[in-house]
Design a protein around this ligand. Structure first.
Ligand SMILES: O=c1[nH]c(=O)c2[nH]c(=O)[nH]c2[nH]1
Length: 286
């Protein structure tokens, strides 16, 4: 029986970096969680423990801090590109680099005071290899709710179906969205803000007959507003809200009192792409 080493990669996960940009009295703050995964000629260390081609993950962590000091940290996409290209260009045995960054936003309270924004997290995943350079931006944990303009009926009924048709329900989700850029050069800040606005606008502006329909509208909204984006992928948990039965208390409930469900939840996932856009050069998501 032959045994072979399969695909592998390694790197430092979740390097936490806070960078203060001191511009006189007024400071800027960048707060990142950086994960690096390198792939390439790594068979020797797996098969014999020969580490001559292994750049320590500790060095990768140091590189994050060194680059933050030397170059500053502007947009996460830019910082991820800088790191990914560095590892592929400087290490002949490294053929692919994937740098994933979570960015935590801080709102300004004063020239040097900040309050961490508690809701969504901005994400980026940059992949550099001979196949190309791919930049994916995204957002996770963006919790949205419409208290009306959502229906769900006309669905399949089988012997196990008990769900009543809904003609006026709450639609709520925690958006996990990623969008793949056609190129590797963009105004990353404007692109992110525009995509976020398009996602929110499509969620709030769609009269929905299913979360699937809302998902498509959100993906299409990003593509319509952001020409630099090639494909949008979304994972939308359906945060169910169940109408509370108040009849035991002699009360009616005209769609006002709800039980916020926790689990299980519906999970609606899908991709919306621009026809003719460049295809992905690295595995990304879904
Ligand atoms: O928007 C919805 N899509 C579904 O597929 C589904 N299934 C379900 O039970 N409720 C819902 N709601």
């Amino acid at each position: 029986m032959g045994i072979v080493l399969g695909p592998n990669r390694y790197g430092k996960a979740e390097t936490r970096l806070v960078r203060v940009h001191r511009d006189g009295e007024t400071h800027g703050l960048v707060d990142l969680n950086v994960s690096i995964a390198l792939s390439g000629d790594l068979a020797a260390t797996h098969l014999t423990g020969d580490n001559s081609g292994v750049l320590p993950t500790d060095t990768m962590k140091n590189t994050v801090y060194a680059f933050a000091g030397r170059h500053g940290v502007a947009e996460p996409e830019e910082f991820a590109l800088l790191l990914a290209r560095h590892f592929v260009d400087s290490q002949p045995q490294v053929h692919g680099a994937k740098v994933s960054i979570e960015s935590f936003a801080w709102d300004r309270l004063g020239p040097h005071s900040f309050r961490r924004r508690g809701d969504h997290v901005r994400t980026t995943v940059v992949s550099v290899s001979a196949a190309g350079t791919q930049v994916v931006s995204g957002v996770t944990g963006l919790v949205l709710l419409n208290s009306t303009d959502s229906e769900f009926h006309g669905f399949v009924q089988d012997e196990f179906t008990t769900l009543p048709p809904a003609t006026d329900r709450i639609l709520a989700t925690a958006v996990d969205a990623r969008w793949r850029h056609a190129g590797d050069d963009a105004d990353w800040a404007a692109s992110f803000e525009g995509a976020l606005e398009a996602l929110i606008g499509a969620f709030t502006g769609t009269y929905s007959y299913s979360l699937q329909q809302t998902l498509y509208a959100m993906g299409a909204g990003v593509l319509e507003n952001r020409p630099e984006v090639a494909e949008v992928r979304l994972a939308l948990p359906n945060k169910h809200h169940y109408l509370a039965d108040l009849s035991p208390f002699g009360l009616d409930n005209p769609n006002e009192v709800f039980i916020a469900g926790d689990r299980p939840y519906g999970l609606i996932e899908g991709s919306v792409a621009r026809e003719g856009a460049p295809t992905a050069t690295a595995e990304w998501w879904l």
